[in-house]
Design a protein around this ligand. Structure first.
Ligand SMILES: [Mn+2]
Length: 272
């Protein structure tokens, strides 16, 4: 069936293509039933003939008990793409409801209703496993499982830095983490933790395997507060450090100390 992106325009190649073998095409937006007596199965579905459909077209479809197994194919689910209520659909008595539209796999009702998701991730935020749903319908009972299938996965990975970690050491740590998680995957790295205030990590030099699409540097400079305080006893910076001197690591006060000191130093335009 055609979905909202590849909907059946008048010029759609789907209309004239000689579909063959096990492939059959729903060529209308009117719900239809395809009967496969040789496998005792009916499949219900429809194709989009426009980009958006706001009517709940699946509400009007009912399994007609023509064959022992009856399956509904659904595309959409949001308000502009054939909205439905899963509890209503599942009550209608199909043996299985197969959903498409979103790219991530999702279970709506166990063994009854699933978004299979795309076989491969399609953009960098499609993290997590991708694959297909394999099901068996036997004696009126449906059992399904998700089968991971994608060659690659998009991974968002946090990497913890230490205050004395050099760029080279960070590069090695990232390379090791990628080896463990799989070099075939594609990464967004989020750098967390502390760094030397004089160190700036160069994202261009951290991509050992060429599979990092984004590096987010959220590291915080590890200031030597004692030294800063001594050098700034007569001004606001020194007083600020003094007032938060007892901040416990990880506390709001500690965050205020680090952010405040950073802001003041940047405003002064000075290095430590
Ligand atoms: Mn879609």
């Amino acid at each position: 069936m055609a979905g909202n992106h590849d909907y059946l325009k008048s010029t759609s190649y789907y209309r004239n293509y000689p579909w063959q073998g096990p492939v059959h095409m729903f060529l209308s937006q009117r719900p239809a039933c395809m009967e496969f007596a040789e496998i005792g199965t009916c499949v219900y579905g429809l194709s989009y003939e426009q980009r958006e459909i706001t009517q709940s077209l699946y509400d009007a479809v009912r399994p007609q008990k023509r064959q022992p197994v009856e399956i509904l194919l659904v595309h959409g689910g949001d308000e502009k793409h054939i909205p439905f209520r899963k509890n209503e659909l599942v009550k209608q008595g199909y043996d299985y409801i197969a959903l498409g539209h979103i790219h991530l796999p999702a279970e709506l009702v166990k063994d009854q209703m699933y978004y299979a998701g795309s076989l491969e991730p399609t953009d960098k935020n499609d993290t997590g496993k991708h694959g297909y749903i394999k099901g068996e319908i036997k004696g009126g009972r449906t059992r399904v499982q998700f089968v991971p299938f994608a060659c690659r996965e998009y991974v968002h990975m946090e990497v913890k830095t230490e205050k004395d970690m050099t760029g080279r050491e960070l590069k090695e740590k990232i390379a090791r983490s990628i080896q463990e998680r799989g070099v075939q995957n594609i990464y967004k790295m989020i750098l967390m933790g502390f760094r030397d205030p004089d160190t700036i990590y160069d994202p261009g030099r951290l991509d050992t395997y060429g599979n990092i699409v984004e590096i987010l540097d959220e590291t915080k400079p590890a200031y030597d507060y004692e030294k800063l305080k001594t050098l700034n006893t007569d001004n606001l910076l020194g007083q600020y450090i003094e007032s938060l001197a007892d901040a416990k690591e990880g506390s709001i006060e500690a965050i205020a100390l680090a952010e405040g000191v950073q802001a003041m130093l940047e405003a002064k335009g000075s290095k430590i």
